[in-house]
Design a protein around this ligand. Structure first.
Ligand code: AMP
Ligand code: GLY
Length: 411
């Protein structure tokens, strides 16, 4: 089987690493890929959806798997299907679940899916009067894709007033109730009819230890079966995932691909904070490390609309991924710092923002590497991962020192 992977971050490196271990996979190409992906795949810089299609046609690709949301929202799945090519991902219409916060909130209302109480507004006056029907803190979400940066949690009226104009620049804003609980990333594969859950995982979105500082794309993740009880997983499948898949189908936009429910586990049960139409990053790095199945076979079945007979196996050992970020991330990052020590690290080191410069491997993005390892228990996995982190160095490197610690409290 020849596979094409769209994307070039840590998530796509983890996918490529897992797929390269499938006995059925004879070749992997990636658009655009990165220096880490290049160790298992042929990378091509052209990554707009039409170039990706030409590349798939030329290379005789059997299955394309899409990582990021941008090509999905741009219609890559529609484009490939129109040419009769097998691709795993949602159509542009189905990707609106992620592409538009207002679409997604109204969809949840129609489908009866538990989520935070909300209103949508399109101008400053309506926003101000809507604020009065909520108590602080209040959550403000710009419409449209914002790479994790379109959400503001305002502690008081002054903070809300300050944030409103920029958030309204996209034209529409969701104002919603602040929920309290622990966040869980619950990701499933769907063929439009059936949903097959991955293991639950947990991201760490804030830049600094103790969930302090600005929001980022995600500073680390872990995957441990104890994040949710069996009963909690069943409730999520019954009240959130199944009704989403059924309603998307009945509305004529069946959801195929990875559906990521970002959940808050509140005292009243799970509530959806957001849907993503793709795998999470860095969650995927921890997930692929723990997976014990031939993922190529499962993805191929998903793209064919035949997940009925598919199953996923997982290793018992929990996995942990610590993101090493560049100087000043999540602000304006510096690039071009040489990276040292990857070969000495006893872990799988997934590349995200890296490139080959005149002096070798160097930083080329905000999230640079995802150091990923597993252990006999969560404490062991954390220790092993940080041991590997201590071998790696680049100027300006920073990372959180508490990835997975919430899970230790649970144990
Ligand atoms: P979103 O992009 O909608 O997932 O929001 C980004 C982050 O903001 C989430 O991961 C949460 O940490 C936080 N957040 C979003 N919505 C809420 C909410 N209703 N209550 C509390 N925190 C929220
Ligand atoms: N890690 C959060 C996301 O992928 O959206």
């Amino acid at each position: 089987m020849k596979i094409q992977i769209i994307g070039g971050g840590g998530r796509e490196h983890a996918l490529a690493w897992r797929l390269a271990q499938s006995p059925q996979v004879t070749k992997i190409i990636a658009n655009p890929g990165n220096p880490g992906i290049a160790s298992v795949a042929e990378c091509n810089p052209a990554a707009d959806i039409h170039s990706c299609l030409s590349q798939a046609e030329r290379a005789g690709i059997d299955l394309t798997v899409v990582g990021p949301e941008v090509p999905l929202v741009a219609g890559i799945v529609d484009l490939y299907r129109a040419k009769g090519r097998l691709i795993f991902g949602p159509t542009a219409a189905a990707a609106e679940l992620e592409g538009s916060k207002t679409f997604s909130k109204h969809f949840m209302t129609r489908a009866g899916i538990p989520t935070a109480r909300f209103v949508t507004v399109t101008n400053l006056d309506d926003a101000r009067s809507a604020l009065e029907s909520f108590s602080y803190p209040i959550v403000l979400k710009a419409d449209g894709l914002a790479a994790g940066k379109g959400v503001v949690i305002a502690q008081n009226e002054h903070e809300a007033e300050t944030a409103l104009p920029a958030l309204l620049a996209a034209g529409r804003l969701v104002i919603e109730e602040f929920l309290i609980g622990e966040e869980v990333s619950f990701i499933v594969l769907s063929d439009g009819n059936i949903a097959l859950p991955l293991q639950p995982s947990q991201d760490h979105k804030a830049a600094y230890d103790g969930d302090a500082g600005p929001n980022t794309g995600g500073m680390g993740a872990y995957c441990d079966s104890r994040i949710l009880t069996q009963a909690q997983s069943e409730t999520i499948m019954d009240t959130i995932i199944e009704p989403t898949i059924a309603t998307m189908r009945s509305e004529g936009t069946p959801f195929t691909g990875f559906l990521y429910a970002g959940l808050m586990m509140t005292a009243d049960g799970p509530r959806v904070l957001e849907f993503n139409a793709r795998l999470g990053d860095p969650e995927t790095q921890a997930l692929m490390h723990r997976m014990d199945s031939d993922f190529a076979e499962v993805l191929h079945a998903g793209a064919r609309g035949d997940l009925k007979s598919a199953a996923l196996k997982w290793k018992n050992e929990p996995s942990v991924c610590v993101v090493l970020a560049a100087h000043a991330y999540p602000g304006a990052v510096r690039m071009g710092d040489p990276i040292h020590g990857i070969d000495q690290a006893a872990a799988v080191v997934f590349h995200a923002g890296t490139r080959i410069g005149p002096k070798g491997l160097e930083t080329a993005g905000g999230r640079v590497l995802g150091v990923t390892a597993s252990g006999p228990d969560l404490a062991g996995a954390i220790e092993k991962t940080y041991q590997a982190v201590s071998q790696i160095h680049f100027d300006g490197m920073h990372y959180r020192r508490d990835i997975g610690m919430k899970g230790l409290k649970r144990a």
